[in-house]
Design a protein around this ligand. Structure first.
Ligand code: GRF
Length: 200
């Protein structure tokens, strides 16, 4: 399975995928490219260190959004991935891309969808909302990307306990370590092996 990973930040989910391929947990898979909208994203260093071609395509580099959209589509046309993985990619995908890659784009979201998802729920905000609501369990979700925000078919989920002493940061860390970095590699392996998705 040829996989391209789209990132914007630290790239710890990308790292989980890189490590998963290396240690054999993700079978039959090659990460053939990393695309970031943020040139300074540490994820780009992780790609470099792993010898994976990385490309920075940022809306800021284009006069019009359509030109950015086209550049993103053209790059993906070049890379010809079987699967696109959004791992903390903070860019709204062009609808054309979602049509071109229907059911071949997946995203990792740091909550148990349908809780705490949709526009505005990203990064720490997700965990602040979970603590605000007082949920006792949260987690992460891998889902297919469709035209909506966090609305595509759910592939895998993993629950994580919320501790009374949690801060948004401590909760984010636990959700990443105990859920995101577990189910994203599992989901890619399952797709690569065309297995049915067991719900964690
Ligand atoms: C994580 O919080 C993930 O849940 C969300 O964006 C962040 C990405 O982190 N999708 P990283 O860049 O993978 O470390």
């Amino acid at each position: 399975l040829k996989v391209v990973v789209c990132v914007s930040g630290g790239g710890t989910n990308l790292q989980a995928l890189i490590d998963g391929v290396k240690n054999g947990n993700i079978r039959n898979t090659d990460i053939t490219g990393v695309i970031s909208n943020n040139p300074c994203a540490y994820a780009m260093k992780r790609a470099e260190d792993a010898g994976i071609p990385s490309f920075c395509i940022s809306p800021k580099d284009f006069e019009k959004r359509d030109d950015f959209n086209q550049a993103l589509i053209d790059k993906l046309d070049e890379l010809k991935p079987d699967l696109i993985v959004l791992a903390g990619f903070l860019v709204i995908l062009p609808q054309e891309l979602i049509q071109l890659y229907r059911n071949r784009i997946i995203n990792i979201h740091p909550s148990l969808i349908p809780s705490f998802c949709g526009t505005g729920y990203y990064g720490l905000k997700v965990h602040e909302a979970a603590l605000e609501r007082g949920v006792k369990v949260t987690g992460a979700t891998v889902h297919f990307v469709d035209e909506g925000t966090d609305t595509g078919e759910i592939i895998m989920q993993k629950a994580v306990e919320v501790l009374v002493e949690d801060t948004p940061e401590s909760l984010q860390r636990r959700v990443m370590e105990q859920a995101e970095w577990v189910i994203l590699p599992k989901a890619v392996d399952a797709i690569a092996m065309e297995q049915k998705f067991e719900y964690l």
